[in-house]
Design a protein around this ligand. Sequence first.
Ligand code: NAD
Ligand code: GLY
Length: 370
Amino acid sequence: MSVIMHTLHVDLGERSYPVYIGRDLLADGEVLARHLGGSEVAIVSNETVAPLYVAKVRGALGEGRRVTEIVLPDGEQYKTLHSLEHILERLLQERHSRSTTIIAVGGGVVGDVAGFAAACYQRGVGFIQVPTTLLAQVDSSVGGKTAVNHPLGKNMIGAFYQPRAVLIDIDSLHTLPARELSAGLAEVIKYGLICDPAFYAWLQEAMPRLLAREESALAEAIERSCSLKAAVVAADEREGGLRAILNLGHTFGHAIETAQGYGAWLHGEAVAVGMLLALRLSVARGWVDAAEIPVLEALLRQAQLPLEIPAGMTPEVFLDLMGRDKKVVDGCLRLVLLRGIGEACVVADATTAELDTLLQDAVARAKSRC
Ligand code: NAD
Ligand code: GLY
């Protein structure tokens, strides 16, 4: 039987929507029905998640609806314009009207591409996020960022497009591979670092229970993460300022993902290493006590996340890829740093020399740990 454990609200005026967190929500037809625009539905998933969960969602939709299932290949390398085109083509072939609701069932890749398709199809149709990875449950399903990658840069083509609802079913995490759970924990740790020192402290104690997928610990981590994200998004939906803090570690992380080839490093793994680099830079600036470095290292290690940059990545590669980041404005690289644990800030004054020193040091550390 489905149980709603928490209902949060993303407060965006007429684009406001609920985030339900609970158990067996995939089978909850009543909750889904509240957010459908009409009788036409397209479920977008991938070939790994579809056999696990799409039948459940389809069953929850009940009789009397026209449902199209669109199954993408699995992987970050398929977060492309080609996949977007495939979704749009299927919607056209099946003659879906503007009252269609697209339901994304899967991780952040499926959610990001399906959301972009919802934003584009007939200039915008209804969209519901049913995230099935921890990363998607605590981050990508909330906030309305949709996108596809381009060989020249990650998430470079997309739209802000809010879902009508987010249904987070904690039970779906039981089938998630351990490496993917860890990748999601990187984004959970991010919230503590940027804006909630008490949550950061709680994570240090709760990490074994989270890795063991204890329901109450997962529910608490997801609720806390989504609440923090909802507050930031409500204050700055289109990233005019504050929302950039959600990208702690992401500028370094996106460079790692792009350099390694999409899919080789998981997004959360790259973000973990990126957060450590951002903390090291904050320490070098004298903003954070150096004692915080081993604390974060221990937490990332506990969460089974990498600490070092990939072998072979040079400062030159980092600087080139970081220079193409979306956070470059008027030729000026913006980085999220910490003024303290729980206190993120965005800086636009990082010099090439400063970054080169940080990255040379990272290369040396990676070599010494090989
Ligand atoms: P993902 O979507 O690739 O999913 C990870 C893997 O887990 C895939 O192989 C998937 O098939 C599998 N999977 C998903 N749910 C499963 C389940 N319940 N059981 C078994 N296997 C399951 O990766 P992700 O980490 O969820 O998302 C990463 C993507 O999200 C990146 O493209 C990143 O850029 C994006 N992202 C977007 C935002 C945003 O605000 N829109 C925020 C953070 C990340
Ligand atoms: N994950 C960053 C954001 O949603 O803004």
